[in-house]
Each structure stands twice: as structure tokens, then as C-alpha cells.
Design a protein around this ligand. Structure first.
Ligand code: NAP
Length: 480
């Protein structure tokens, strides 16, 4: 069944269904219009999805990796064929500029393509024996039913980064997208149906996160939960997973430092800062959240950055020429405002921006550069998730490292220097899972993505991404 109206449905065991509870409105943050409704699913639907996924696991896990890759390759192609529809949906449900949405669809499809092939390389092992009458093997088994809970800021890619390895390795999946941006997920589900996945292999729930999470955390048929979202919810899931020792992968919050040393190519550093910081209006887990610039190039960097940021165009993401869309909702806007106001009140200088934009409806904030910030300001301590670049002066490489690491987060960091020795030594001291060296956009399907410290557990993408969905089974064979 195709999604034809703005009333969208969930999919359980190959059937499109509503919910006994009400529906939830999905609101375009660019103009406050309701662009669709989704079912307000709860415990009953979650139980049904678990049963369906559990039943389907028996046959899906018995297919060969080559057969499963066939389904995934069809899905990859369907995503590319439907790139424009997916992108338009994404833009109206969460505000991302349309060109970025198109880019996200391609990026999202690349995970399906990558893992279709990686599924064929889930090798076991034969280990040299210590006793003549024994043979020692390691076999790999899919972990079982997987629940995937995802955030609103990358409505397609955060799902496919989990779907790809789960489905390729032989797991079945229950997807629960954010209530802020579930429509892209419904369209993806429709494409899964067109790709011919057997019923129950892929299921989609929308609605109450707490009720759905309660079921998936308490039902022992769900063996793995893979979550992307805030560190706060991630910690709740860790606690809830304890009773059943459920397998968890967590991609959580970030608070990325970006360091510019005095031998950096300043134009490149400004370009990298703008690319990293202002993508998705700064609502990206790996976006540069705090900038540390060495004193010799501080004034030049701030001046060039301010000039570049002044050129960014803000508006409704459906406008092809827009660089910065709205924030996701009023809470997001209030947080950004709180961070900038706090910095200003403690002596920082706003070089450009610094205010909400109220004249065209929606939830917009001006692209902002704040200089002369320090570590006492909230903007240097918490994830801002908005189009704000706070810049602090540092004197040495060691001071930059000390400040960069002075956070419970450890997802991404950026370093700009032309000196290989300095760059290498500095990066070796950084406690971050991802580092962009002279590169503001390090993400790709074939690399391991994930954080240290409170930014998460496990890695997605790359060779490592599929390991999260398989168990090693050691088999000792006695010969007689
Ligand atoms: P969030 O509030 O943690 O929500 C993420 C998902 O969890 C949503 O589907 C949400 O559903 C659900 N959820 C909320 N409360 C829950 C609970 N008690 N139990 C189970 N699920 C629950 O995060 P967000 O605001 O959507 O996303 C922004 C955060 O995600 C930022 O911190 C960002 O850094 C992080 N992020 C990290 C990565 C990464 O790869 N490390 C990537 C992207 C984003 P409802 O919407 O229905 O409540």
C-alpha cells in the first residue's frame, strides 16, 4: 500500500495499521503547519511488533547473506529512485534545507549498500588447537530481534545505519523514529515493502516513546536495542537494559571542539567550521560546538568567520537557495537563546546574529558568531544544537587539548593545522571517537562512527558496524 494522504500509518507484520490511541501531529518548524499525522502507537502495538519480528527471525536468519543482500540492494536502489520524495518529506517535517535533505538520502542509502556487502563478510574463525583430538571454531550468529530508536535530526540516515547491519546479518527489526520526524521513516517502510522484505522482518512503530520502550526493554524476545539520541535517554536505556542484560549500542550527544592552530590554512579552517557548524542549522551530533583558536591567528579567524557567517541565508528549507533552516521546535530555540544570552551576560561579544528571527513565522535563530567566550559559559559546557559558533582564544597546543578534553562527551573533534607532527601529537591526546583533521565533514558509510565517554557505546558503519549485531559462538569439536 502506498502512502497517499497526510495520514500515515505504522507497519506491523507486513500490515499498515493505526493505533487505538489517538494520532500525533507532525509540524513543519518553518511555518508551524501540520504536515501529517501518525498513529500514537503504544504497548499493544509494540507487543505485536515484537511477536512479528520474533516469528520472522526464524526464517530471515536462515537465508544466506547473499539472499539478504539482494533485498538490501533493492532497497538501496529504491531509495535513490525516490530521493526527491524522501528529501521533500524530510524538509517539511523537520526543516532541513532541501539540498541537505537530498544529501542525507544519498548518505542514508549508502549504509544499505555498504552493509548489503558487509553481510557477506561476517566471517567465523578456525583457531589452532592445543589438543590433537579437538577442533576449535568460532561461528557467528545474528543477535535476534533488534529495536532501533532514532532521533529527529537525521530522519533517514540514523535509521539506515541500523537497518543495514541488522538486516544484513540476519536480525529482524522494529523501528521507532522520533515523533518530531516520523514521516521519512514511513516512506522508508513503504520502500522496504516494495523491496519485498518478508512480513515481520521490518516493522515500524510511531507514537509513545516511553510506552514502546517499556515493551522492548522488558520483552526478552528483543535481544538488542540500538539507540541514537540524547545522552540522558541513553543512560535511562542502560539502566533499563540491566535486568535482561540486553545488548545495547548507543550513539549519544556530542560537544565537539574545533581547534585552529597558528600554522593552519585559515581560509580552509573557516570553510571547515562553517561546513561542520551550520549543517542542519547546527543540529548535528558531530557539529563543531566550541572553537579554540591560537592567539596568533585569532583575530584573522574571527574576522573571516564572521564574514562567511553573515553570508548564510536563513529561511524555509524548501527554498533551494536557503543555507539555514529552522530549529526543530520552541524548546530548541529557547536553549540556543539561553546559551547566547548567558555568554553575552558574562562578557562575550556577539560578532553577528545573536537573536531569534520572529518576522516570518516558524522557529528561526540568526546564524551567530560569539567571540571571547570562556569555559565558564554554558555555550562551552553543553551541546547547543543550534547555529551558534563560540570562539575562545588559546595560547598553546597543550591548552587546546586540555580544554577540548574538558567535557564528559567524546564524539567528534576537529583540528586545523598544516604541521603533520603537531597535528599527529595533538590528535593522539584527544579523547574523541571521530577526528576531522583539516576536514569539517568526516562521516561516511565505510568508517566507524561513534563516541567515547558519555557519547556512547559501540560503533556504527564501517567493518565494526555489523559486529554489533552478531554474537560469537565458540564451538569446540571433540574428534573420536
Ligand atoms: P532524544 O530526545 O533522546 O530522542 C531520541 C529518540 O528517543 C526519539 O525517538 C524519542 O522518541 C526517543 N525517546 C525519548 N524518550 C525516550 C525514553 N524514555 N525511552 C526510549 N526512547 C525515548 O533525542 P533527540 O532530541 O531526538 O535528538 C537529539 C540528540 O541526539 C542530541 O543529543 C544529538 O547529539 C543526539 N544524536 C546523536 C547522534 C550520534 O550518532 N551520536 C546522531 C544524531 C543525534 P520521541 O521523539 O517519540 O519522544
Amino acid at each position: 500500500m502506498a502512502v497517499k494522504t497526510d495520514s500515515y500509518l505504522m507497519s506491523i507484520n507486513g500490515e499498515w495499521v493505526g493505533s487505538e490511541l489517538d494520532t500525533l501531529d507532525v509540524v513543519n518548524p518553518a511555518n508551524d503547519e501540520v504536515v501529517g499525522t501518525v498513529p500514537h502507537g503504544g504497548e499493544k502495538e509494540a507487543e505485536q511488533a515484537v511477536e512479528a519480528a520474533y516469528e520472522a527471525f526464524q526464517s530471515w536468519s536462515n537465508l544466506t547473506a547473499h539472499d539478504r543482500a539482494g533485498y538490501l540492494k533493492k532497497l538501496n536502489q529504491l531509495m535513490l529512485d525516490n530521493q526527491e520524495e524522501l528529501a521533500q518529506l524530510m524538509t517539511i517535517e523537520m526543516g532541513k534545507p532541501i539540498n541537505e535533505s537530498r544529501g542525507e538520502v544519498k548518505y542514508a542509502a549508502s549504509f544499505i549498500e555498504w552493509f548489503a556487502e558487509e553481510g557477506k563478510r561476517v566471517d567465523g574463525d578456525v583457531i589452532p588447537t592445543h589438543a590433537a583430538g579437538k577442533r576449535l571454531h568460532v561461528w557467528k550468529k545474528p543477535v535476534g530481534v533488534v529495536a532501533a530508536i532514532t532521533p529527529w535530526n537525521f530522519p533517514a540516515a540514523m535509521l539506515t545505519r541500523k537497518m543495514g547491519p541488522a538486516l544484513a546479518s540476519g536480525c529482524t527489526i522494529i523501528m521507532k523514529p522520533s515523533s518530531e520526524s516520523p514521516l521519512t521513516a514511513v516512506k522508508l517502510m513503504e520502500l522496504c515493502e516494495q523491496a519485498g522484505f518478508p512480513k515481520g522482518v521490518v516493522n515500524l512503530l510511531t507514537g509513545s516513546s516511553s510506552k514502546i520502550a517499556k515493551v522492548v526493554m522488558e520483552n526478552s524476545k528483543v535481544r538488542k536495542v540500538t539507540f541514537t539520541g540524547s545522552t540522558e535517554v541513553g543512560k535511562t536505556l542502560i539502566r533499563q537494559s540491566a535486568d535482561q542484560v540486553k545488548k545495547l549500542s548507543l550513539e549519544l550527544g556530542g560537544h565537539a571542539p574545533l581547534v585552529v592552530l597558528d600554522d593552519a590554512d585559515i581560509d580552509l579552517a573557516v570553510k571547515g567550521t562553517v561546513a561542520s557548524k551550520f549543517r542542519n542549522a547546527g543540529q548535528t551530533c558531530i557539529c563543531a560546538n566550541r572553537i579554540y583558536v591560537q592567539e596568533g591567528v585569532y583575530d584573522e579567524f574571527v574576522e573571516k568567520l564572521t564574514k562567511a557567517v553573515k553570508e548564510l541565508k536563513v529561511g524555509n528549507g524548501t527554498d533551494e537557495s536557503v543555507d539555514i533552516g529552522p530549529l526543530i521546535n520552541q524548546d530548541g530555540l529557547d536553549k540556543v537563546k539561553r546559551h547566547v544570552d548567558d555568554a553575552s551576560s558574562k562578557g562575550a561579544t556577539v560578532m553577528t546574529g545573536g537573536e531569534p528571527i520572529t518576522d516570518n513565522g516558524g522557529v528561526f535563530y540568526q546564524p551567530t558568531v560569539v567571540k571571547d567566550v570562556n569555559q565558564s559559559m554554558i555555550v562551552m559546557q553543553e551541546e547547543t544544537f543550534g547555529p551558534v559558533t563560540p570562539v575562545e582564544k588559546v595560547s598553546s597546543d597543550d591548552e587546546a587539548v586540555q580544554m577540548a578534553n574538558d567535557t564528559p562527551y567524546g564524539l567528534a573533534a576537529y583540528v586545523f593545522t598544516e604541521n603533520v607532527s603537531r597535528g599527529t601529537q595533538l590528535i593522539e591526546k584527544l579523547d574523541f571517537g571521530i577526528v576531522g583533521w583539516n576536514d569539517g565533514g568526516p562521516s561516511a558509510a565505510q568508517v566507524p562512527f561513534g563516541g567515547m565517554k558519555e557519547s556512547g557505546l559501540g560503533r556504527e558503519g564501517g567493518h565494526e558496524g555489523i559486529e554489533e549485531f552478531v554474537e560469537s559462538q565458540y564451538v569446540s569439536i571433540g574428534l573420536h
